[in-house]
Ligand binder design. Structure first.
Ligand code: AMP
Length: 339
């Protein structure tokens, strides 16, 4: 029988690397952290890495890739892979790679992503083709705007044009999306090709600066000080949802997995996340999918209430991932989880 001990687990030391590496160790793998110079401290302090490979910057990943191949390391992609290497380069990874790399293009392009999610039967915020059609609150999202910088809300075409005049990002390209008044709920799923099952691992909401702080001062002060809302992520806050919402949330995840099989060979597997705003009618408006582990799983290094229901042992998403790999190796199905 193939032995998990013959393989190692490696990832870029950022984003969700702590729980990925810890989870891999819990499942019996040796681990490798690929660190940027000067940033190795957390990976040493928490003892999650058996080996640290240093590079100047994450973009230099390919310079050390042969080492990973020689060590039979399985690379776990996360948000930093996509943001530092870009989906085109992620496709060029030659080391063993967990997950379907062909799906990443579908989450990186807003219109492809929308097609996927609508095919999945998910409810999404309406899109407006032109400003003249604005008949309700909308959010204007500029392409490539880090942290949602420059996003603004408008209620009608006049407000849109007024805010757009002289806007520093006006030339960038943008979408006009219905603004949903509700609460954000981000669902962390795991779909295992080994068991064929979809699991709900946990939920979070993001802690965004300054969006999560403007409400702490009076409306008048917000106007007087001229605050522009931004959505720079600083952390994640765990959530437990109303139990009666769970059947619907399972259905949504299953829809996303089913639809993924129609767009990419093999479809989506492993961890993924649906990002939604839930309105007072308890309708979910999904505005994004992340087809990989998200940082919102980080509060659950020791498991979440949901993983505790299913596993009577601590089960982070990172560990779940490693278990999927371990079971695939033991059942001689490793190629099924690599992509
Ligand atoms: P994004 O850059 O698309 O991730 O959006 C940044 C933040 O804006 C999200 O974290 C949400 O809190 C919020 N947001 C995005 N789209 C909508 C929407 N259609 N309605 C309400 N809030 C939204």
């Amino acid at each position: 029988m193939a032995n998990p001990k013959d393989y190692k687990i490696a990832t870029l030391a950022s984003h969700t690397a702590l729980q990925i590496l810890k989870g891999a160790k819990e499942e019996g793998f040796e681990t490798i952290a690929i660190c940027q110079k000067g940033k190795r401290k957390p990976y040493e302090s928490y003892g999650v890495a058996d080996k640290i490979i240093e590079i100047e910057k994450f973009e230099d990943y390919f310079e050390i890739e042969q080492q990973l191949i020689d060590e039979k390391a399985i690379v776990i992609p996360h948000g930093s892979f996509v943001s530092y290497l870009g989906f085109e380069n992620v496709k060029k990874i030659k080391a063993m790679h967990y997950g379907n790399r062909n799906i990443i293009e579908w989450e990186s392009d807003r219109s492809m992503e929308r097609k996927w999610l609508l095919d999945a039967g998910l409810n999404m915020p309406k899109l407006f083709d032109k400003p003249e059609d604005i008949d309700r609150p909308v959010i204007i999202k500029f392409n490539g705007a880090g942290g949602g910088k420059g996003y603004f809300i408008a209620n009608n075409p006049e407000e849109f044009h007024k805010r757009m005049e002289g806007h520093p990002d006006a030339e960038r390209g943008y979408v006009i999306q219905e603004y949903i008044v509700g609460v954000p709920i981000y669902t962390h799923y795991f779909h295992s090709p080994v068991t064929g099952e979809l699991e709900i691992m946990s939920f979070d909401k993001r802690y965004e600066s300054n969006a999560d702080s403007v409400g702490r001062i009076a409306a008048k002060d917000q106007v007087d000080v001229g605050i522009q809302t931004t959505y720079t992520i600083t952390g994640n806050v765990p959530i437990v949802v109303r139990e009666s919402l769970l059947p619907k949330i399972f259905e949504m995840g299953e829809g996303a997995v089913e639809a993924s099989k129609k767009i990419v060979d093999g479809g989506l597997w492993g961890p993924f996340c649906l990002e939604a705003i839930v309105d007072p009618n308890l309708d979910f408006f999904v505005f994004e999918i992340s087809a990989r582990i998200v940082a919102g799983t980080n509060p659950f290094v020791h498991g979440s209430p949901y993983t505790w229901l299913r596993y009577d042992e601590p089960m982070s998403t990172g560990r779940r991932l490693a278990r999927d790999i371990k079971e695939a190796i033991e059942e001689d199905k490793l190629p099924e989880v690599l992509g």
